[in-house]
Design a protein around this ligand. Structure first.
Ligand code: CAO
Length: 445
């Protein structure tokens, strides 16, 4: 039997108890062939969205609405030239695609995903109805539009996902909410990866060293693994600059040695470090931005009113940084005793996590060993660290007296976070520290 054609005015069907909804998508254009149950438009109330399906099979002759129109039951959608001969589908031709027996369903939030939670709307029962409806709804076949239910379309739109780039895993290729989520996750992972690769790392090659000679493999200690990853993070994420300077500690050393008899009596070893700690605190008071941290937004500086110094201690298992608190309130003897105790506890692996927290500035002294300078890595979230190398007697030209004298010079290496501290400030800091160390009486000023 040959097909004959009849024009039909397709109107918005009963959309439940909502009086007016907005047209957010027109899914067909003039000339498109549609089948009964194909979605024609998507409408949205302030709670959710739904597709209005075609009641008949046919060709779109003209459109009566466009995106942004407010429509209600009976508003004209389009004129359809219907194919007469095929039987109309058994479903109620004028009903919208059900999401919950005509009710508008809500988007379901994912408890695991905070991004998705932000767009959670609607109520539980409608959510359940939506899930059922999603599975039972016929697949849309309009043009090359991706197959997805209205709620999934809206879900994708809210998250900025492009449906035509998503492969559906539902029945007959329907795009499900889980497909949209997977797509978003992939996009985010890729963005993260490209941000990482933006630093320009190429993967370290895996090399079989035994091909070059005999080898022995030893696991890294727990401390080395932990400090290693922190050091790596700090080195990569903080723009470091190291300011080198030196301090004339000839007089300080004379004074320190003068304490030897008393120190032996008191059974305390007084090294250079307690003096350095006192001088550093004095400098920190003058330069508060060195005793600070950036807050988590990186937009504010937290200036600390306490002076807790981290001291890098070399142990057989690796580097640890116990913290000596309230250095400003302690004298040289007290600091010397505390330093001896805490470095012994560190070497015997007796430190508690609490003893390694809360530092506001760190000193790393390699002076007992060797070296003329180095670049210490900032102990984040602190913003500066002072490296000390081995003091050496040197011939120094004394401009005022116009003489060359032998002086004991201590190398200072200050690494600082250039986001917080400028080079000029750092140079002033080390110069000030150098002056204080060369004449401790300045601390009385
Ligand atoms: N110049 C010359 N001599 C120095 C000196 C310096 N800058 N610093 C220390 N000395 C001397 C000491 O006076 C001591 O000499 P005597 O035995 O004749 O009195 C000797 O060197 C050994 O000192 P020490 O290292 O035992 O004591 P300290 O107070 O100076 O340091 C501690 C204590 C715990 C900081 C140190 O033992 C340590 O572990 N240092 C290593 C820190 C480290 O690994 N840093 C690198 C981290 S990477 O950023």
């Amino acid at each position: 039997m040959p097909n004959s054609t009849v024009e039909h005015d397709i109107r918005v069907p009963n959309i439940g108890d909502i009086s007016e909804v907005e047209v957010i998508a027109v899914l067909v254009k003039v000339g498109d062939k549609v089948k009964a149950e194909d979605s024609l438009i998507t409408v949205e109330s302030d709670k959710a969205s739904m597709d209005i399906p075609s009641p008949l099979t046919g060709t779109v002759k003209s459109l009566s609405i466009s995106v942004g129109d407010q429509v209600s039951e009976g508003s004209p959608i389009l004129v359809l030239i219907a194919d007469k001969s095929p039987e109309p589908p058994e479903s109620k031709l004028s009903d919208p695609v059900p999401e919950s027996n005509g009710a508008i369903a809500s988007i379901r939030a994912n408890d695991d995903n905070p991004i998705l939670e932000e767009i959670a709307i609607g109520n539980q029962s409608l959510n359940r109805a939506l899930e059922t409806a999603q599975e039972s709804m016929p697949v849309q076949v309009v043009g090359h539009k991706p197959h997805a239910s209205p709620s999934v379309r809206r879900f994708a739109r809210e998250l900025g996902a492009e449906l035509d780039k998503i492969k559906g895993t539902g029945r007959k290729g329907r795009i499900l909410q889980s497909d949209v989520k997977a797509n978003i996750k992939r996009t985010m992972d890729n963005a993260e990866k490209s941000a990482e690769s933006g630093i320009g790392f190429t993967k370290m090659p895996e090399i079989d060293f035994s091909q070059f000679g005999s080898i022995k493999v030893e696991p890294l200690s727990k401390i080395k693994k932990l400090t290693g990853s922190n050091l790596h993070r700090n080195w990569v994420t903080i723009p470091h600059v190291t300011q080198h300077d030196e301090a004339d500690i000839t007089d300080l050393e004379v004074f320190r040695k003068s304490l030897k008899a008393q120190a032996e009596q008191e059974k305390v070893k007084v090294t250079l470090l307690p003096f350095l700690m006192k001088a550093v605190v004095y400098a920190l008071k003058k330069f508060p931005s060195f005793n600070a941290s950036l807050d988590s937004s990186n937009e504010q500086l937290v200036l600390k009113q306490y002076f807790h110094l981290g001291i890098a201690v070399d142990t057989p298992d690796g580097l640890v940084v116990p913290v000596i608190r309230e250095v400003n309130q302690k004298g040289i003897w007290e600091l010397a005793i505390e330093l001896a105790k805490i470095s012994e506890r560190a070497r015997n692996r007796k430190l508690t996590p609490n003893e390694m927290q809360g530092g506001s500035f760190t000193i790393s002294s390699l002076g007992g060993i060797s070296g003329t300078g180095f670049t210490p890595i900032i102990n984040a979230p602190e913003v500066a660290i002072l490296g000390i190398s081995r003091a050496k007697s040197q011939a120094v030209y004394k401009q005022e007296q116009e003489v060359v004298a032998t002086r004991l010079m201590l190398p200072l290496s200050l690494s600082y976070d250039h986001r917080v501290i400028d080079g000029a400030e750092a140079a002033r800091f080390t110069h000030f520290l150098s002056q204080v160390l060369s004449d401790l009486r300045r601390m009385l000023l």
